[in-house]
Structure formats: C-alpha cells, structure tokens
Design a protein around this ligand. Structure first.
Ligand code: SF4
Length: 350
C-alpha cells in the first residue's frame, strides 16, 4: 500500500512541468473566478468552456456585477452549456453574497457549501485554489484517478463508495500547496489518466497504480448499473407574423430550459393548426415540416418535430412579458436552448 503522501508528491511534481497553467481561470485567481470556472466545467470540456468563461467574465467581472444583471442576460451567456439551473443558481448565489457579505465570498466551508448550486467539491476547489485552505475536491476527473489508482471495483455513485472516495481524497490532499494539488489532480485526470486513453506508459504513479497492475484501467470507474432512458416527443411551432418574425415564449422558471426563450410547443398527437385555434384563438396555416431535431438530456431523449406556420390575416399575438416576436438580429440577445438556437439560425426570416 502506497502512502497517500507519495502519490500526492508525485502528482505535484508532475504538475510543475505538465500543468495547464495558461487556462484563463488560472490567472488573476479569486474565489469568484474559481467558482464560475468550476460550475462551467461540470460535465463540460475545457475547450468548450474557455470562450463561455471569457464572455461571462467580460460581462460580469465581479460578484456584484453578476448579482445586478438581469437573469435573462445571465441565461443568454449560458445558452449552449446546458443545465440552466446552474446559471440560475450562480445568479441567486451572487445576490446572496452581495446581500449577506457585501459581495465578498465567504471563507467558511459550511457557509460556502450551503450556497445554491455549490456542492462539496466546488466548495473544496474554491477554498483550496483561491484561499489556500487545504480542502479535498472530488470532481469527475479526480474520481476516475482515485478509482483506478485504488482499484475501487464498485460504481462511485453509491453512497458508501462516494464516502470512501472522499476519505481517500482527504488523505491525498496536502496541508501545504493545497491550491497546486487541487489543480494538479484535476489536470492529471483531464490530460493523462483520461477516460478513454489513459497514458499509463508515461504515468508517474504507474508503479503503484492498482488498475495498471491488474491491466484493467478501462473498467474503472465502474459504470452505473444501466437503465433505459425514455424518448419524449414534441412539436415546435415556428410561427411567422406578417413582418417575418417568429413567436418565442419564455419557459417557466423551473424544469427543462427553465427561464429560456423557446418556440411554442404542442403535443405530437395534436394538429398544430387546431391547437393554435384552441389555445390562442388564432388562425394559422401550416406551411411545412422540417427534419426532426434530436436532443438528449441525462434522463430522457427529446425528439422535436419543427412545424413552420404563418398567421392568417392581420390579427397577431400581442407581445407580453412571457412572449416576444423575434427577428434574426436578436439571435444573441435572448437566452435560447441550444437546439432551438440552431434551428432559428437555419431558418430564413425573409
Ligand atoms: Fe491512470 Fe494509468 Fe496512471 Fe493508473 S497508471 S493512474 S490508470 S494513467
């Protein structure tokens, strides 16, 4: 059994020459900048996150700026990253920090971890990286490394295994240089002990890695017991008015795409023309059907059937707080779900 300290020292040494020190959130480190990067990086690749992060920081350079911004603007900056509840939580948390701590990030673990959208690992990253307080982290990359290094032969989502991994993460986190270690172990998982092609041939901890000894690197971390994901369907109506604008509606604040602007939807078993007459007392005529859009969430697949329609006559839908007529120039001004944004970018407005 290797001493936890041996693993830690080797990872820290590796980091000196191989760490990704040029990432934008590794510069001008503050709790705010670390927090935003950690939330954006959850289940999203670094290369995807970088431009989002830079745009976000440009528009909301401080916690106060984020707290003051309209939620719609924050969601527009998030569109494409998915999991919009994260953006709503960032906004809510910024407002709490401003009202409770005058815009200064709290320094106590319990206070941080109780903020909306901040889990134990994100709190650990903020404390370690931005405040040099030795606190363990356990994101996806770290879990994978620990599962392999210690050959943890059960699904890490099980409570007892999660607890075991936190225990190991705590043992490996050094008292000194916790900031470097947090970044080092994340980089190690992201660039060397990767999900599909771990570079065991050049790995500095290979000699003590249990998965390598068993030559079973690819079975760790053990996958979640499989369950079938259902498929849901919907029709999305691209309804044009006489000025060739499209009707958008704001979705309810909670649930899928909560708070974002999207197309009116109707169940696939309904006729879109009848549906509009029934629910909006509007006469529309069916113009065309576009190819199905497929989108997957973690818990279901969604097949969207787009229907192009036009308002009959001059009578229109009034704009209201949850309803706007949208033209191509507004493409980036409102927060739209990524697949709807793609569809809107494709369709012609004239
Ligand atoms: Fe990961 Fe391979 Fe290194 Fe083990 S030897 S930690 S599996 S890269």
């Amino acid at each position: 059994m290797t001493r936890p300290q041996t693993f830690t020292n080797t990872i820290l040494k590796w980091y000196q020459h191989n760490g990704r020190k040029d990432l934008p959130w590794r510069k001008n480190i503050t709790p705010y900048r670390v927090w935003i990067s950690e939330v954006m990086l959850q289940q999203t690749q670094v290369t995807t996150v970088i431009p989002y992060y830079q745009r976000f920081m440009q528009s909301f350079p401080t916690i106060t700026a984020l707290a003051k911004a309209p939620l719609d603007q924050v969601l527009a900056h998030w569109a494409g990253l998915g999991y919009y509840s994260r953006a709503r939580n960032l906004h809510k948390t910024a407002q709490i920090i401003v009202s409770k701590w005058k815009g200064k990030f709290p320094v106590n673990f319990d206070e941080i971890v109780n903020l909306p959208g901040i889990g134990r690992s994100t709190a650990g990253a903020i404390l370690s990286i931005a405040m040099q307080t030795s606190t363990p982290i356990l994101d996806g990359n770290v879990k994978r490394v620990l599962c392999r290094f210690h050959a943890i032969a059960k699904w890490p989502g099980k409570t007892e295994i999660t607890n075991q991994l936190w225990e190991l993460a705590t043992q490996h986190t050094p008292k000194q240089r916790a900031d470097d270690y947090a970044q080092a172990i994340m980089d190690f998982g992201a660039t060397l002990c990767t999900r599909t092609k771990p570079r065991c041939d050049i790995c500095p901890v290979q000699k003590h890695c249990a998965a390598f000894k068993e030559n079973k690197m690819h079975i760790y971390p053990v996958a979640r017991p499989s369950k079938t994901i259902p498929t849901k369907t919907t029709q999305a109506i691209l309804l044009y008015n006489k000025d060739n604008q499209i009707l958008l509606q704001q979705r309810p604040p909670t649930g899928i795409w909560g708070g974002l602007w999207s197309l009116p939807e109707c169940p696939t078993e309904e006729d879109a023309v009848d549906w509009f007459a029934k629910y909006y007392q509007l006469e529309i005529h069916h113009v065309a059907e576009l190819p199905v859009l497929r989108h997957s969430f973690s818990h279901y697949h969604l097949h969207i059937y787009p229907v192009v329609a036009k308002l009959r006559g001059m009578k229109g839908v009034m704009e209201s707080p949850g309803q706007i007529w949208y033209s191509s120039e507004q493409l980036t001004a409102v927060g739209c779900p990524a697949p709807i944004k793609k569809l809107l970018a494709k369709v012609k407005f004239t």
